[in-house]
Design a protein around this ligand. Structure first.
Ligand SMILES: NC(=O)c1ccc[n+]([C@@H]2O[C@H](COP(=O)([O-])OP(=O)(O)OC[C@H]3O[C@@H](n4cnc5c(N)ncnc54)[C@H](O)[C@@H]3O)[C@@H](O)[C@H]2O)c1
Ligand SMILES: [Zn+2]
Length: 386
């Protein structure tokens, strides 16, 4: 899985700035490179994957301002011809009309199936570009260069790509794996702190879901990760990628186990939906509070030690993430609106709500037996209005 030996998941790695995590998917396998200064050296990583010295970069307006020149110079240095396409920053760009414009532009650039499109940005750029790559000429290659912490630990890995539909988020998409992921720790330095914290929530997710040792490590080192200490953040990203890569390798299309990655998401999506998928509540913030609820509900069902639920809540709160309903949006949520939003979640199977619940920190499972009747009093006790 990795070319770097870690002593154990709960210890700081040996001093080394670069790590490789392999996503094992047979003919569709690829590497995630994690380390400092990767963008400046991107030319040497990308060149061997190109059939001819030509590529295109898709990015958003914010990322372009901070990092596009670095990537363009890296490609120049490797003798790779390139053109760039800028999408307005923000979730609103993940739609069908942007997709169509992007595909037209890619065709106008004469991108062939064997060429490799570069997605430079957060999850919005990765999802939009990945989906465009999946349908362009019935499938074109692409490389993820994730620039948000969330994209580095989650959206750039695993091959889910999509745009939003008017009826809901990520409803039009495809599975399409990238050929390489380049996760540069240095690009995170320009990320707004709130976006960084939101991405950190997804890192905590990997510990809470299956790795108590990693959760212990995060409790001790989370502050250093959020301060972007290179070694700490690289270790946290690598551990997260290892966890996701292992699950994706066993269950690429979410027939079973991959659903565990949705820990905190059924609850979280309900709050995102009600607050309008915007600035009021970022996805990672919703996931943070969603995980708090998943553990609290598991404790309420008598399946998990309340002290584990409390430990998770305390760590997220210490990291500046919402850990109570009062800290989410304007803090006012009706129980019926929440239940309604949960019932419409993509993870609903045959009318039954699907939740990831916990037996302990690091030990979670898929529960298909959760009813609205059981959730109702629990949500009221957590602060929802009757
Ligand atoms: N495909 C998957 O498996 C998967 C998983 C999780 C989330 N997602 C999707 O990811 C999206 C969210 O991703 P996100 O949180 O990265 O959002 P994003 O791409 O919108 O990035 C957040 C903000 O940060 C800016 N930004 C990005 N990198 C920056 C940098 N280095 N410096 C300064 N600013 C920077 C962006 O312009 C944007 O304003 C959602 O659409 C979600 O559905 C997909
Ligand atoms: Zn998520």
């Amino acid at each position: 899985m990795t070319n770097l030996e870690f002593t154990s998941s709960s210890q700081q790695p040996n001093a080394q700035a670069r790590d490789t995590v392999r996503v094992d998917l047979g003919a569709r396998s690829y590497d995630i490179l994690i380390g400092a200064d990767l963008l400046r050296q991107a030319g040497s990583y990308i060149a061997p994957l190109l059939p001819r010295p030509k590529t295109v970069i898709v990015t958003d307006t914010n990322v372009a301002e901070a990092h596009l020149k670095t990537l363009q110079s890296a490609l120049d240095g490797a003798g790779i011809d390139h053109a760039s396409y800028l999408v307005p920053a923000g979730e609103a760009s993940k739609n069908l009309s942007q997709l169509e414009k992007l595909c037209d532009w890619l065709l106008s650039q004469k991108i062939e199936r064997e060429d490799c499109i570069l997605a430079l940005g957060g999850g919005v750029i990765g999802d939009l570009t990945g989906f465009a790559a999946s349908i362009l000429r019935r499938g074109t290659r692409f490389i993820q260069i994730p620039t948000t912490l969330l994209a580095q630990v989650d959206s750039s890995i695993g091959g889910k790509t999509a745009v939003n539909a008017s009826l809901g988020k990520n409803l039009i998409g495809a599975f399409h794996q990238p050929d390489l992921v380049l996760a540069d720790m240095d690009v995170l330095k320009t990320l707004p702190p709130r976006e960084l914290r939101a991405g950190y929530a997804e890192i905590v997710k990997y510990g809470a879901l299956s790795d108590l040792g990693f959760f212990d490590w995060l409790e001790a080192n989370g502050e250093k990760v959020l301060a972007l200490d290179t070694q700490s953040v690289a270790y946290a990203v690598a551990q997260s990628c290892r966890a996701k890569a292992a699950i994706v390798a066993r269950d690429e299309r979410e027939a079973g186990e991959r659903a565990l990655l949705n820990l905190g998401h059924t609850f979280g999506h309900a709050f995102e939906k009600i607050t309008g998928y915007g600035e009021a509540l970022l996805h990672g913030e919703a996931v943070a509070y969603g995980m708090v609820l998943a553990f609290a509900f598991s404790a309420h069902r008598g399946e998990c030690d309340p002290q584990d639920a409390q430990r998770l809540r305390a760590h997220l709160e210490a990291c500046g993430l919402p850990a109570s309903m009062a800290q989410v949006g304007n803090g006012v949520f009706g129980v019926d609106a929440l239940l309604d939003a949960m019932g419409q979640d993509k993870k609903v199977k045959a009318g039954k709500m699907r939740f990831i619940l916990a037996r302990a920190l690091g030990d979670t499972y898929i529960a298909d037996d959760v009813s609205a009747q059981a959730l109702h009093p629990f949500l009221i006790a957590q602060g929802a209005h009757a």
